[in-house]
Design a protein around this ligand. Structure first.
Ligand code: ADP
Ligand code: MG
Length: 424
């Protein structure tokens, strides 16, 4: 007697996978931009219409694909990035699951043109709801253009879950910003509804940050620390960049933006008393870890990763932030101050050394800075832990950090659209 179990058709399996990978148009943007980065592009253009629901298109000048790969890339578990499971622990690409394109194609109408350096002609492919409609040779330059139209047109229930065009556009802009931040050497362009809303020249991280955000360069403090386990680089916003929301917190692990409230908390707490209560500093911080010590495959969208020793990374981050801020705000420590006063009673009560061009915390007198000598003393005397310190946390792994609502630095919808979406 036949049983009740049967294998799902590939198209259904892809649609189910799409439920995880493709949550909204911004997910398509993320996957296409990541593929363009992985393809070694130096210039990437993003076009959207109607919050991405009718069009998300990414054009790149990367490696492109030959006719065979152009067809293959739409198959589930089709990837050029890993061969075996162990490769996951030696990964230097953003993608690896080989399911993004198959998932996207199963819930939309897709048109791709792609050409590799070796081929003399490009391949054009059209796929509707996972079914190949057209494959032909066309003329095109090297690189890839993928247009994803009418997302969820074949799954009305999911289409109905999309939010307003404004909200979906905001999510898309956030993905764009994250990738643009992580890859400042790449030029990016963003065209919304036929209008150019962002054009970024490839250059330094500092330029990229100031192109994307209304944070002054002099309010950004260079962070750069290398340990055996983690390399830490990027910029910490000075305390005056702090906001009441967590939106300006950009943490990347091995080139991926990660949503890690625990580690974001480590950074914020490193500011100690320099921050007002319930305010959150702006930062763009990159952690570089041996890929063997980080699991990037714990979530289909890869916005979460797991460190082999998360507690150590927490402690390290916190100390690096303290040390970086301490070194930046060059002020006498409490002990130096009392020594100075004891040895020379007529000396000025405060002597502040300030290297040229550095942020001066005394420019605008802020009581919480000028009176926090012990705290600055504490910052200056922070050692960087060189070994694991597993006993620091006696409580559970995750600190009770409130869930973050991404979007803060341009938090007010209108301002956000107004500021970033004006052509320059
Ligand atoms: P993954 O990125 O996890 O490998 P995807 O489904 O996103 O899976 O892509 C499948 C494959 O298609 C990639 O491994 C890559 O070889 C190829 N590919 C996708 N997008 C591009 C692109 N823009 N340029 C060149 N190759 C691409
Ligand atoms: Mg991919």
């Amino acid at each position: 007697m036949p049983g009740v179990i049967h294998l799902l058709p590939e198209s259904t399996a892809n649609q189910i996978a799409a439920g995880e990978v493709v949550q909204r148009p911004a997910s398509v943007v993320k996957e296409l931009l990541e593929n363009a980065v992985d393809a070694g592009s130096t210039s990437i253009k993003l076009f959207i219409k109607n919050g991405g629901s009718t069009l998300v298109q990414v054009d790149d000048n990367g490696s492109g694909m030959n006719a065979f790969d152009a067809r293959m890339c739409w198959e589930r578990h089709a990837t050029s990035k890993i061969v075996k499971a162990e490769d996951l622990y030696n990964l230097n690409t953003l993608g690896f699951r080989g399911e993004a394109l198959a998932s996207i194609a199963s819930v939309s109408e897709v048109e791709m043109r792609t050409k590799s350096a070796e081929e003399s002609v490009a391949t054009r492919i059209v796929i509707n709801a996972g079914t190949l409609e057209t494959q032909e040779n066309v003329a095109a330059t090297q690189g890839t253009s993928i247009a994803v139209k009418n997302l969820f047109y074949n799954i009305p229930a999911r289409k109905n879950f999309l939010k307003s065009i404004t909200v979906e556009t905001k999510h898309i802009f956030e993905e764009y910003q994250r990738i643009a931040l992580a890859y400042p050497a790449i030029s990016f362009e963003f065209v919304n509804q036929g209008k150019e809303v962002s054009k970024l020249q490839g250059g330094s991280l500092l330029d990229r940050i100031s192109d994307l955000f209304s944070v002054k360069k002099e309010d950004l403090i260079v962070a750069d620390e290398h340990t055996d386990i983690v390399n830490f680089s990027g910029f910490l916003g000075s305390p005056k960049t702090a906001k009441k929301t967590r939106g300006g917190q950009y943490l990347f692990a091995n080139g991926r933006f990660i949503k890690d409230h625990y580690l974001n908390h480590a950074i914020s707490s490193g500011y100690g008393g320099l921050l007002e209560e319930k305010s959150y500093p702006f930062f763009v911080i990159f952690l570089q870890v041996d890929p063997a010590k980080i699991d990037v495959n714990i979530h289909p969208t890869k916005h979460e990763v797991k460190f082999e020793d998360g507690r150590y990374v927490y402690t390290l981050l916190q100390s690096v932030v303290k040390k970086t801020l301490g070194a930046h705000f060059v002020v006498p420590t409490a002990s130096q101050l009392s020594n100075a006063i004891n040895s020379n009673p007529t000396a000025p009560r405060l002597h502040v050394t300030q290297p040229d061009g550095r942020f001066n915390p005394f420019e605008t007198p802020k009581p919480r800075v000028t009176t926090s000598w012990e705290k600055i003393d504490d910052l200056l005397n922070t050692p960087i832990p060189t070994t694991r310190q597993p006993d620091i946390f006696t409580s559970q792994e995750e600190q009770p950090v409130q869930s973050a609502d991404i979007g803060g630095i341009f938090q007010v919808d209108n301002t956000f659209i107004g500021r970033h979406f004006s052509s320059r």
